[in-house]
Design a protein around this ligand. Structure first.
Ligand SMILES: *[C@@H]1O[C@H](CO)[C@@H](O)[C@H](O)[C@H]1NC(C)=O
Ligand SMILES: *[C@@H]1O[C@H](CO)[C@@H](O)[C@H](O)[C@H]1NC(C)=O
Ligand SMILES: *[C@@H]1O[C@H](CO)[C@@H](O)[C@H](O)[C@H]1NC(C)=O
Length: 147
């Protein structure tokens, strides 16, 4: 009886897997990165593998994730001729440890929302056209390297 229930349960699951194959949507961090991309001018299409149809952003150009929870840990996009601004959405990447956007053509202010990235320890923004300096209270000050 119990075995029969188990077999029934497993067949329901396999039917479900069959009819809804890998239909999981992109993670929250992936959606946030796509928002960040909308305010960048990627005229050289370096970010053309940031596909909205992926389940995870962890293989995207410039992105790496924490192995444990697949949250975005680094954004590494120097020397990519990126224009535009850094979106305030950056504050939603709450596990971000490294943001490297040096040697691009970014302008505007560094968004205050970046102070929400409490695990940030490396911030590389030199050689852009950013204004207004680095917000106070940014990240984990004891570990932060700013270049
Ligand atoms: C994006 O950058 C390219 C190359 O610098 C420039 O020609 C283009 O006008 C820019 N587009 C926008 C919307 O700023
Ligand atoms: C700050 O991070 C939390 C999660 O850690 C998130 O819920 C919130 O939306 C973030 N705030 C901003 C302004 O990005
Ligand atoms: C800063 O980082 C250290 C070591 O990773 C951690 O113990 C501490 O809680 C962090 N502080 C904040 C404010 O995130």
């Amino acid at each position: 009886m119990k075995m029969g229930t188990l077999v029934w349960f497993l067949s329901v699951i396999s039917v479900a897997i069959h009819f809804f194959p890998s239909s999981s949507a992109l993670t929250e961090d992936g959606l946030t990165l796509l928002e960040i991309k909308t305010t960048l001018n990627d005229s050289k299409n370096f970010l053309n593998n940031w596909f909205p149809t992926d389940e995870s952003p962890c293989q995207w150009t410039g992105i790496s994730c924490n192995p444990e929870d697949q949250r975005v840990r680094t954004i590494n996009l120097p020397y990519m001729q990126l224009g535009g601004i850094i979106s305030p959405s950056i504050g939603r990447l709450s596990k971000l440890q490294r943001l490297a956007l040096h040697q691009n053509s970014l302008h505007g202010n560094i968004p205050i929302e970046i102070t929400n990235c409490s695990e940030l320890r490396a911030l590389y923004l030199r050689a852009n056209y950013l204004q207004g300096g680095i917000p106070a209270n940014i990240g984990n000050l004891s570990h932060l390297t700013i270049l």
